[in-house]
Ligand binder design. Sequence first.
Ligand code: GLY
Length: 378
Amino acid sequence: MQTIDVNLPHDTYAIHIARGLLDRLGEITREATPHDRAMLVMDSNVAEPHGVIAARALESAGYAVVTRELVALESRKTLSTVQGMYEAMLAAKLDRTGPVIALGGGVVGDIAGFAAATYLRGVPVIQAPTTLLAMVDASVGGKTGVNFPLPADDAGRSELGKNLIGAFWQPRAVAIDPQVLVTLDQRGFRCGLAETVKHGVLADVSLLDFIAEHAAAIAALDMDVLEELIVRSVRIKAAIVEEDERETGRRALLNLGHTFAHVLEPIEALDLRHGEAVSIGMCAAAHCAVETNRMTSEEAGRLRGLLRRLGLPTGLPREVDAEALIDTMGYDKKVAGGKLRLILPRGLGAAEIVDDLDRSTLEAAWAAVEPGTSGGGG
Ligand code: GLY
């Protein structure tokens, strides 16, 4: 088992990574928070077999386990789902010391984490991610929350704004079992790979080399390689969170590609999942970096090549209204003092926060990922 400690000013917790770790979830939970009653919150898609294994492991460690299944859709990541959780927690007589264990992807981790952060002013949460994306990103760092309707437009229509209501609530422990990835769908798996590439781009070019060298083994779910990939990726995220838990500075770098991605994800006709949108967003950000002399076009090409090799899109599947998207980017939380804040790579292996991009650079970046361009169509 590999363990990465996250050392924060008021808190330290361990991220454990090992094959078969789900069988030891009870032990890990007990080490982190020794009580007798636990709530296991799981994505209904992983109830069999992972939920059964997790419940058995918790029971063997002496917990009375109450389970709750959630439908893991962004559209269900709302306050009313959290209210349902509070009701279940009260009915289960979960007290202030009883842990919540989140078994699932980012949606489940965010909802269960937020409910744990706010129920009785906060109960312990253990994150047990079952998607690669949640393993290398969402389960680490304590961001929890739900989506919330944006103000209605003139026609009275309102969309859900992503993660607008939430709290920083660090887990007591994170238990990552790469073995569970064998049941993850290929598309979901590739989405997680996009976040590992993001970590390499912003902090460690040797991680990009590792991914390129082992692309075939990764696709074949070689467990040794996957474990190494997760460890290296989580180390990068944990180090950034240690430096800047509340995202007052460096943690914002983890949003590389996300300001573009967040405006693409709600467009139903594009049918993009988060990691796919981040992949395209990173290509758009790389284009901005080339235009502003932060990156060479060879480096941007290498990034696109790697994403393609992993089966990720580097351009839009169909045309979009770039001007409208640039306006919508203003709704994103990463708008500082009225200026659009973007994260741009600086070469490969470093990134920076940029506040002064011209609109024309953004227009060029969207054009660079349009269908039919070198980035687009894939
Ligand atoms: N996913 C970005 C962060 O945790 O800060």
